[in-house]
Write a protein of this length. Structure first.
Length: 261
């Protein structure tokens, strides 16, 4: 008994956590379900709580430098305090709501390289918090997001990379403290004035904001600068618009305002 108390004080032989997702595929505004099993260690434990949180790697600007950090959000408690006997198993079913603004990780079933989303399980025990490794989930686009991305592909844009940046977009309501940028190489008709196109979705239950950032090619005596276009897409009427034509118009207008073309 004395040896067990010593192990407990040192955090040795403590409880372990196993998290199983029923289906890792979801969409913004969707739900991920699964089960967390807490397995007793070599001594009895007082569990203070079990939490789940989504984590995404984001870029953070700090002065003149940038660094990457795992940002935790959408954290929920799925179990309160309970006593766990040594060697016992305690299973907790869960349902985790995915924020509407969650970044996309896949398009047409293929990964959007540069963005990952994972579920972290956190076990609170006396005097310690034990966090597990991430269980990855696949966030697929909503039909409206898929339609916009397909339209860009039909215009000849090629996917380059996707990343998340900590911060907020001016004039756009955000619940999360970061946003995703999906980057594309431009086709021939735009390449004279644009290095790349960055597309950001900020989604809500009935509609979404789409923000376009155009990276201008810097000339010999001029510095490159960005141009923005922003519009709202209603989910109910998204298929009533010729988005290839509409997006081309947005790009042309934004480029003319900034003198890119």
């Amino acid at each position: 008994m004395v040896f067990k108390k010593l192990m407990q004080a040192l955090g040795v032989g403590g409880p372990q956590v196993e998290t199983v997702l029923h289906n890792p595929n979801t969409t913004p505004g969707g739900v991920v379900t699964g089960e967390v099993t807490v397995i007793g260690g070599e001594h009895d434990s007082d569990i203070k709580g079990v939490n789940l949180a989504l984590k995404t790697r984001v870029e953070v600007e700090s002065g003149d430098s940038e660094y990457q950090s795992d940002l935790e959000y959408a954290k929920v408690q799925i179990a309160g305090p309970f006593r766990l006997d040594d060697g016992a198993r305690h299973s907790i079913p869960f349902q985790l709501n995915i924020p509407w603004e969650a970044p996309l990780t896949h398009f047409y079933g293929r990964p959007l390289h540069g963005t990952t989303v994972g579920v972290a399980t956190e076990l609170e025990v006396a005097r310690a918090v034990d966090a597990t490794d991430l269980d990855p989930i696949a966030v697929h686009p909503l039909p409206a997001q898929e339609r916009i991305l397909t339209a860009f592909a039909n215009l000849g844009f090629h996917f380059r990379n996707a990343d998340c940046e900590k911060g907020r977009i001016w004039g756009v309501h955000q619940e999360l403290p970061f946003y995703q940028e999906i980057e594309f190489y431009p086709p021939t008709q735009y390449v004279r004035g644009i290095n790349q196109l960055e597309v950001t979705f900020v989604s809500y239950p009935q509609s979404m904001e789409v923000v376009l950032e155009l990276d201008k090619r810097g000339g010999l005596f001029t510095e490159g600068h960005d141009s923005f276009a922003r519009f709202t897409v209603d989910y109910a009427t998204v298929n009533n618009t010729n988005w290839e034509q509409q997006l081309d118009s947005y790009l042309q207008q934004a480029a003319r305002r900034r003198g890119l073309f």
